[in-house]
Design a protein around this ligand. Structure first.
Ligand code: HAM
Length: 416
């Protein structure tokens, strides 16, 4: 039989990598606690219409990248391609807005998009994200961006990172802007790609996101959305910038920044990293003040972002190779089968006392086990042989100092 391998675009996270994942996850839990965000976990699959309604039918994610199937009862289900929609669904379903006027939530978990795999782009990937419901005020935008900034700072990634900031205005200003943009593009529409021509009808703002050089040239001099801001849009965006300046968070205004999901309004942002390759977005997000209502909830302003965990880890790796230190205290060597009950019991007592202990279970020669102990990074080796079993003692070797002593088993915990 040919060997069964993982699916294209999916990856195993092996033990030497999972230690870095755990560290990163710990940073995320800790920073969220500092900012008063609480964790939410939603199912991996949802009704397909949740994503078509929120992310938008014409987006790449919905039109090309979803893993959807018909369930046995005929309903259409989808592996979640993003988490904002799921969190909003849960927020509405459980009336979270009734419990507190503002809800600060965060999540960690796998997502699925059928994209062309490359470095930093996978078909199963993981996001850390936050969503804050209830406030339409600019200090909420500033808080969300500060949280992202804080995480990247704690990870040591800030020096290579750039914050791109834009506002696409509220829905009031966007329809006038869309008309102006279409008027500008229309005379040259046939020179645009098929995709852009389709977007011209469905979501002209997305044309601004083109990667094609000839289209970028055609867009030179296009109207910019800020010229169409309402007074409130302008005040909101000015305040976000003022607050970021007050917190010493540097940003670049990028009027061409548009996001690949339809639900946004007003503030949008991305952090990119020069430590990444072509897929340089570490995280992205923005306001989505209409989404709760669109999905059947009470009108509730909200803002959030999500970061690609793999991308953060790639960026970290390219800055400095993170150590895969398993943090082992003790490597236990039991040389006699008769001694196993005592050895297992001692290991358990040491773990109960908070030490990290591994016992060799391959019954190899003492030489092979000592070699393994040295490789393991443990501080101490404990050796239980025939003499020690008979005299209720144990040999303790300090691997750093190279010193060795024999102890009573009963005083082991105290000694260590
Ligand atoms: P997004 O920009 O689609 O936004 O994804 C956020 C981040 O997820 C990206 O910046 C990138 O780091 C990572 N990412 C996206 N696709 C892949 C992939 N195929 N492989 C690896 N990493 C990937 C959202 O998902 C929105 N829900 C963010 C948000 C939250 N907006 C408001 N709240």
């Amino acid at each position: 039989m040919s060997q069964i391998r993982s699916i294209k675009g999916t990856h195993d996270i092996l033990p030497k990598e999972s230690i870095n994942w755990q560290r990163l996850e710990q940073i995320m839990h800790q920073v969220c606690r500092q900012f008063g965000y609480r964790e939410i976990r939603t199912p991996i699959f949802e009704e397909t219409r949740l994503f078509t309604r929120s992310v938008g039918e014409e987006t790449d994610i919905v039109s090309k990248e979803m893993y959807s199937w018909e369930d046995k009862d005929g309903s259409s289900l989808t592996l979640r391609p993003e988490l904002t929609a799921s969190v909003v669904r849960s927020y509405i379903q459980h009336n979270l807005g009734n419990h507190a006027p503002s809800q600060r939530l965060y999540y960690l978990g796998p997502l699925f998009r059928r994209e062309r795999p490359q470095k930093g782009r996978q078909r199963q990937f993981h996001q850390f994200g936050v969503e804050a419901f209830g406030s339409l005020h600019p200090e909420q935008d500033a808080e969300i961006i500060a949280l992202a900034w804080h995480i990247l700072s704690v990870c040591g990634l800030i020096a290579n990172t750039k914050l791109h900031l834009n506002s696409i205005g509220s829905s009031d200003c966007r329809s006038a802007y869309k008309d102006a943009l279409k008027d500008f593009i229309r005379p040259n529409l046939m020179q645009f790609s098929e995709t852009s021509q389709r977007r011209f009808e469905t979501n002209p703002l997305r044309i601004l996101d083109t990667k094609a050089d000839h289209e970028k040239k055609l867009l030179n001099g296009a109207p910019i959305v800020s010229d169409y801001f309402t007074d409130d849009d302008k005040i909101h965006f000015d305040s976000v910038q003022q607050f970021l300046n007050a917190m010493d968070i540097p940003f670049s205004l990028n009027p061409k920044l548009v996001r690949g999901l339809d639900y946004y309004s007003r503030t949008i942002f991305e952090f990119s990293s020069s430590a990444l390759g072509a897929q340089d977005a570490l995280l992205g997000g923005g306001r989505y003040d209409q989404l709760v209502e669109t999905l059947g909830g009470k009108p509730t302003p909200a803002i959030g972002f999500a970061a690609g965990m793999e991308r953060i880890l790639i960026a970290l790796e390219s800055i400095e190779k993170t150590k895969s230190d398993p943090n082992l205290d003790i490597y236990f060597i039991c040389l006699e089968d008769d001694g196993l009950p005592v050895a297992l019991s001692l290991c358990q007592q040491l773990r109960n006392a908070g030490r990290n202990v591994v016992m060799d279970s391959l019954r190899r020669s003492i030489k092979a086990q000592l070699r393994e102990a040295n490789k393991s990074g443990a501080g101490h080796v404990l050796i239980l042989g025939n003499d020690e079993i008979e005299s209720n003692t144990i040999i303790m070797k300090d691997l750093k100092k190279g010193e060795q002593m024999t102890l009573q088993q009963s005083s082991l915990i105290e000694k260590l």
